[in-house]
Write a protein that binds this ligand. Structure first.
Ligand SMILES: Cc1ncc(COP(=O)(O)O)c(C=O)c1O
Length: 431
């Protein structure tokens, strides 16, 4: 499907962005500080954000479905979060020492996520998954980690394998010991078991997301996750659930209890930081205690961080304020999950067979079908879809309609979106 080229319209309304981005290109690789933030001809430059909206330097307003890498479940700069953050900033935003804000956030997380018997904070999801892998290796004394074809866990060197199609090609130079990471097909228990069994003796753990985010917002089936868990636990390996996207996204807490799973380590990020830098590695006490540096010898311990900005009072405050708001207003989930369901249903109808819509709760993704794809249950099927068409449609929405999806990525609904917003997005999407 060929769309009109909207670049001329975009360039006309984003002249200020073009000027700033030209400077940015001189200073930064590809002009950006996260690869996915670049799109042609240049990304617009944001000067402020509020509620459901981003405002660019040319005063264009965009209804945002990217929502800060899906971290802003309450929308941009929500009042109560802002107010607590302001109070904290008055006191200071960086101590580099123990602070009470951390304890307050951890009390909320440990109540809502039963497996979080011990918690360690870092400043990104990437760090959290890096430490989760190290912990699994320390605890089991084994080396191999299995991940999912198409699974994204940040730029963690260990996990930078089998992310993009074709999964057999290395994602980057500079990565060593790739043979210590194996990749299994999502939602294919038989195919996954064959690979896991081959590596059983040296298998430290499996890292998996309950909803495969990067590859297209595809929920795992209960049977698949249960089957993987059963094998892992019999094999004395560990289950690492990466809930960096799914944690506090669909309900107050993680997704795993709804699937009756018993993970050993859980990683969190995004929403639990309330829009400030965060990563969390947490899990069962006996596992997390491998990180103990007081009583354990070097040869026994798992030496995992923090870093300079771990558990800084600003991130702890925005995380605490966000979770408090979600805890006190559980109807938020009912509302945004329903809006997500509505978006998927209506997009499915209006796509007129051109696309399959995947997702769960308030997350959704469009896959423009080609080559006879009739189902999207894993990253291989997602990668057979027309990814260029998705980029073109997202760019059209930016240029023509003032609706922002990061081109090619899934959409997230926040508490600030209304049914009317979704209706407008749906009616613009395929036209
Ligand atoms: C499932 C998952 N894990 C880990 C990460 C990495 O988190 P961060 O971007 O904070 O490093 C992401 C980021 O999108 C993610 O989606």
């Amino acid at each position: 499907m060929v769309l009109r080229n909207y670049q001329a319209e975009y360039k006309k309304k984003t002249r200020g962005s073009a000027k700033i981005f030209a400077k940015s290109l001189k200073l930064h690789v590809n002009g950006v500080s996260h690869n996915i933030r670049y799109y042609d001809p240049y990304p617009f430059v944001v000067k402020s954000s509020r509620g459901k909206s981003l405002i660019d330097v040319d005063d264009n307003r965009y209804t945002d479905y990217w929502m800060g890498h899906w971290s802003l479940i309450l929308g941009h700069s929500p009042k109560k979060v802002k107010s607590l953050l302001k109070n904290q900033i008055e006191k200071s935003w960086m101590y580099g020492t123990v602070n009470e804000q951390t304890v307050k956030l951890s009390e909320l997380i440990s109540k809502a996520v039963p497996v979080a018997e011990k918690i360690r904070y870092v400043t990104s999801g990437t760090e959290a998954t890096m430490y989760a892998v190290r912990l699994a290796r320390s605890v089991t004394g084994k080396q191999i980690i299995a991940k999912i074809d198409g699974g994204w866990h940040g730029y963690t060197s260990d996990l930078l394998k089998s992310v993009n199609w074709p999964f057999s090609e290395s994602e980057s130079s500079g990565i060593v010991n790739e043979e210590k990471i194996v990749s299994i097909p999502f939602n294919d228990l038989e195919g996954s078991m064959k690979i896991l069994k081959k590596h059983a003796l040296n298998l430290a753990g499996v890292i998996i997301e309950p909803v495969l985010g990067g590859a297209g917002c595809i929920p795992a089936t209960k049977e698949y996750l249960k089957g993987i868990q059963e094998f892992i636990h019999k094999n004395e390996s560990l289950l690492i659930l990466d809930e960096i996207v799914t944690g506090f996204r669909f309900r107050y807490g993680c997704l795993y209890p709804t699937m009756k799973l018993d993970p050993d380590i859980v990683t969190l990020g995004k929403i639990v930081g309330g829009g400030m830098a965060i990563g969390v590695v947490c899990g069962k006490r006996e596992i997390m205690e491998y990180a103990d540096t007081n009583d354990k010898k070097k040869s026994e311990r798992s030496y995992i961080g923090g870093g300079t900005f771990s558990a800084n009072p600003a991130s702890m405050t925005t995380g605490f304020a966000t979770l408090t708001e979600l805890k006190n207003k559980r109807s938020t989930y009912e509302k945004i999950n329903k809006l997500g369901e509505y978006a998927r249903k209506e997009l499915g109808k209006t796509s007129d067979g051109k696309a399959i819509i995947t997702g769960k709760g308030s997350l959704f993704m469009t896959h423009f079908v080609k080559d006879g794809v009739t189902e999207i249950a894993n990253a291989s099927q997602a990668s057979m879809c027309d990814i260029k068409a998705l980029h073109d449609h997202h760019f059209k929405l930016i240029a023509r309609d003032g609706i922002f999806f990061l081109p090619g990525k899934l959409g997230a609904i926040s508490d600030t979106h209304t049914k009317q917003d979704i209706k407008e997005m749906v009616s613009a999407y395929f036209t």
